[in-house]
Design a protein around this ligand. Structure first.
Ligand code: ZN
Length: 315
């Protein structure tokens, strides 16, 4: 499957992040762990019922962290998939919660609702006829029929044309150019979720700066470790610097910066989030990888306290 595996972003307050993405948007917190490269920081994973690839948005919350700036050379917008008929329902829900939404606009054959998260991150709820067949899950008072299905995709803002970025998407990552609409070139994969990467021309706009309220990286799917190594080799042969394989417990990862400046990752579909927690209790307790388990007490002392109710399981 060609598509996005997950998107990782930086927020400020972990509890506010859970309230917004878990309660307001109705995503499921499928894993509470720490940033393996900085264990004093949470790593929170949101997704569908099991955190399937293509449904996952993750956060490193940094209370009091430096604010980023959304701009070119960044994955500036993160989009979620909703059914076309649910756009009106979401306008009402968000409005009732005091969240400003812009009037929906048309893009390709979709209806797009733009909003920001509590840290100012740019989000979209994208209604598309293609989302009608994807199963929804009741959570946070959101009926299954209107629930977010998973990731729709990301929009990379580019200053000028981005031939290098297009080559990476259409080459090793296996996306294909689908069309062009009002300054946006759309690349698509064949996965049912997370299959859209839009390149939007934002010529002359300021460059993005990483920090709170911005996307840190975009991860693409590899079916297994053999496929990941093959992608790694092709990316390296294209002259890009790519990291060795890193064990992220729930998937294996390699990272590289694409020519336009966005940090890309290639992550394996397995083992996924069910290997160390059963589905009904996913995300309810802090999970640590074996090499950090010995330091659990000290890590827990460093992390802010979080109260998370066992997730409601749809019948
Ligand atoms: Zn990642």
């Amino acid at each position: 499957m060609t598509g996005i595996h997950h998107v990782t972003a930086i927020s400020s307050d972990p509890a506010a992040t859970i309230r917004f993405y878990g309660d307001t948007l109705g995503l499921r917190l499928v894993k509470q762990t720490v940033n393996f490269d900085d264990p004093g920081t949470f790593h929170l994973y949101f997704g569908d019922r099991t955190g399937a690839p293509g449904s996952i948005l993750t956060f490193f919350p940094f209370p009091g962290g430096r604010r980023g700036r959304i701009g070119t050379g960044q994955a500036a917008v993160t989009s979620f998939a909703i059914p076309m008929e649910s756009v009106g329902w979401w306008i009402e829900r968000l409005g009732a919660r005091g969240i400003a939404v812009e009037a929906p606009v048309g893009r390709f054959d979709e209806r797009v609702l733009a909003l920001r998260d509590p840290d100012g991150m740019l989000l979209e709820l994208v209604g598309s006829p293609r989302h009608a067949d994807l199963e929804g899950r009741t959570q946070g008072g959101i009926p299954a029929e209107h629930a977010i299905r998973g990731m729709h995709g990301v929009t990379l803002w580019t200053d000028g044309e981005a031939p290098g970025t297009e080559e990476v998407l259409a080459g090793p990552l296996g996306f294909r150019l689908i069309g062009e609409h009002a300054g946006t070139r759309r690349f698509g994969g064949d996965a049912p979720l997370g299959s859209v990467v839009d390149l939007r021309r934002a010529d002359g706009f300021w460059g993005g700066v990483g920090g709170v309220g911005t996307v840190h990286h975009v991860a693409f799917r590899a079916a297994d470790e053999a496929r990941q190594l093959e992608l790694r080799r092709v990316v390296e042969e294209a002259g890009l610097h790519v990291t060795p394989v890193v064990d992220r417990q729930y998937f294996k990862s390699v990272y590289f910066r694409e020519p336009g400046g966005v940090l890309f990752e290639v992550a394996t579909d397995s083992p996924g989030f069910l290997w160390d927690e059963a589905e009904p209790v996913l995300g309810t307790t802090l999970k640590l990888p074996p090499w950090l388990e010995a330091h659990r007490e000290e890590i827990v002392r460093t992390l802010p306290a979080l109260e998370v109710e066992p997730a409601e399981v749809a019948s």
